[in-house]
Design a protein around this ligand. Structure first.
Ligand code: UD1
Length: 366
């Protein structure tokens, strides 16, 4: 059973690792790890592979950055060449980045079945590149591994045959649970006040418009007066802060500690020990829920409604007033009351591996 697991961008690694490790233990599997090269900086890529104990990729397509069309097309074309040279019985993709959809398309066109880890999530916002990637990847997948009940409903609404859909839990949370004890013990990677808010911001809708980014900064500075901010800056955001002439102002603000992107363990430590998280990321909403740290999500919608229903998350969009009010509200909630889905138990990767082996032993299929 020849299986290739595809990774490409930072959020893929922690979702892929538990599945890869569980499949390594299954007899009769011949596994390859393929990196598309979408992310390439050490702190966006290799450091994660090392920390998570994933081996160096067997293949790196080296696609790098580019417009959506160019990046997706490069992965499509290069991954197709790889599959033509090394035919596979199954390709596994994770999450919703450009590498995910492109690898899925190349595979299914060559009649190689696709398994999608973190399937079924929908924000309902088609202006979000990841939403398009999710819809298309799910429509091409033979096996759809879902993290939360909303995913099962979304796929049913889109007419996906329920025999393909497996509510297995959250493989990213498997990784979190594996590292949580280490993270709780390890000192933080930078010096911070005892009560701080962790910031992550990288979504084009928040950082590509000067006016929007200005409003977000104003809200951040006000929050920083009572809760200082720790902000590891994504390369894209740094570029935008510099372009708009905001970088020095943020850097010199007494309530803001700027930092470069961190590796997995350090970042999880920063999340676990934060009083509050301000983010526009997807996965961090889930990680913070499990770590019982309240989240303010600077988006109008979320594909992860279980974090809202569980009481750990609030949506504000980029409106400064809503961000300020959201922070106040979330700081008043009791994290002990947050509800965490039962299937987020650290065993999702094992469940995925079992389903995959069963599927391939039964002959696979598109
Ligand atoms: C991508 C994903 C997004 C995910 C995010 C996590 C898509 C559509 N988006 O967004 O879902 O949340 O990764 O980080 O796939 N850059 C570097 N070094 C790198 C990688 C990127 O400097 O190693 C810079 C480049 O200027 C690049 C920009 O970041 O143009 C954007 O990178 P890209 O992979 O296109 O998208 P992300 O914003 O990282």
């Amino acid at each position: 059973m020849k299986i290739t697991m595809v990774v490409g961008a930072r959020p893929n690694f922690m979702k892929a690792a538990p599945v890869f490790h569980a499949l390594e233990k299954c007899e009769g599997t011949e596994l390859s790890l393929l990196h598309t090269g979408q992310h390439y900086d050490r702190m966006m890529s290799d450091s994660f592979l090392e920390e998570l104990g994933l081996r160096a990729p067997d293949v790196n397509l080296g696609v790098g950055s580019g417009s959506h069309g160019k990046q997706t097309a490069e992965v499509l074309s290069k991954f197709e060449s790889y599959l033509l040279e090394s035919p596979q019985d199954l390709v596994i993709v994770a999450g919703d980045v450009n590498s995910t959809v492109a690898a899925a398309l190349a595979s299914v066109k060559l009649h190689t079945p696709v398994a999608h880890v973190e399937s079924g999530l929908r924000s309902g916002d088609r202006r979000m590149p990841e939403e398009i990637n999710r819809i298309l990847t799910d429509s091409m997948s033979a096996m759809l591994f879902v993290t939360e009940p909303s995913g099962v409903k979304n796929l049913a609404r889109e007419g996906v045959d329920s025999s393909r859909v497996h509510l297995v839990g959250n493989t990213m949370i498997d990784t979190l649970k594996r590292f949580e004890p280490v993270v709780r013990e390890k000192p933080l990677p930078i010096e911070l006040p005892s009560k701080y808010a962790l910031v992550t911001l990288h979504r084009p809708s928040n950082v590509d418009s000067q006016e929007t980014l200005r409003g977000i900064l104003d809200a951040f500075f006000e929050i920083a007066e009572t809760t200082p901010l720790c902000w590891p800056v994504h390369p894209r955001t740094r570029k935008q802060l510099e372009t708009f002439g905001f970088w020095e102002e943020v850097e010199n603000h007494p309530g803001v500690v700027l930092a470069p992107p961190f590796g997995y363990v350090d970042f999880l430590g920063l999340t676990a020990k934060a009083r509050l998280v301000l983010t526009d990321s997807g996965g961090i909403q889930e990680e913070a829920l499990v770590l019982r740290v309240p989240v303010v999500t600077l988006r109008e919608n979320t594909e992860r409604p279980v974090t809202i229903d569980g009481g750990g998350n609030i949506l504000t969009g980029p409106d400064p007033e809503k961000i300020r009010a959201g922070a106040k509200e979330m700081l008043s909630r009791d994290p002990a009351s947050f509800q965490i889905p039962e299937t987020w138990d650290g065993q999702a990767g094992e469940r995925v591996a079992r389903e995959i082996v069963e599927f391939l032993q039964a002959g696979g299929g598109l």
